[in-house]
Design a protein around this ligand. Structure first.
Ligand code: HEM
Length: 84
């Protein structure tokens, strides 16, 4: 479990880097009326969608970690309580 926690955080941090570059560039291009530049590169939108999906998956897991740990702790405590 600890390995998953460590790697989901690492992956989330690495996926954040290209996202932080791509998304502001896209916004600036769209707002400045140069959106056609992106249309010439079909991979542009796919890359953004894929990065967001990966961030949602890893970020969703990071969000759940404290709740999973709490649930496991409570389960362990309950088991100890019944053994005593
Ligand atoms: C799309 C849905 C996203 C969700 C649900 C999400 C969720 C989270 C959660 C729960 C954490 C851990 C906070 C903690 O320390 O307890 C986190 C950390 C972080 N998030 Fe996200 N996030 C999302 C998107 C993003 C995006 C778009 C970026 C930047 C482009 C980003 C960058 C980061 C970074 C850099 C961290 C710190 C990682 C570390 O501790 O090493 N996240 N995120």
């Amino acid at each position: 479990m600890k390995v998953w926690n460590k790697w989901s955080r690492k992956l989330h941090r690495w996926f954040a880097i290209p996202t932080l570059i791509l998304v502001p560039i896209s916004v600036v291009l769209k707002v400045s009326g140069n959106g056609q530049v992106m249309a010439r590169i079909p991979q542009w939108e796919i890359a953004q969608s894929l990065l967001m999906l990966l961030l949602v998956i890893t970020g969703g897991y990071l969000y759940l970690i404290p709740y999973i740990s709490k649930w496991k702790r409570n389960k362990r405590r309950k088991q100890k309580g019944t053994n005593a």
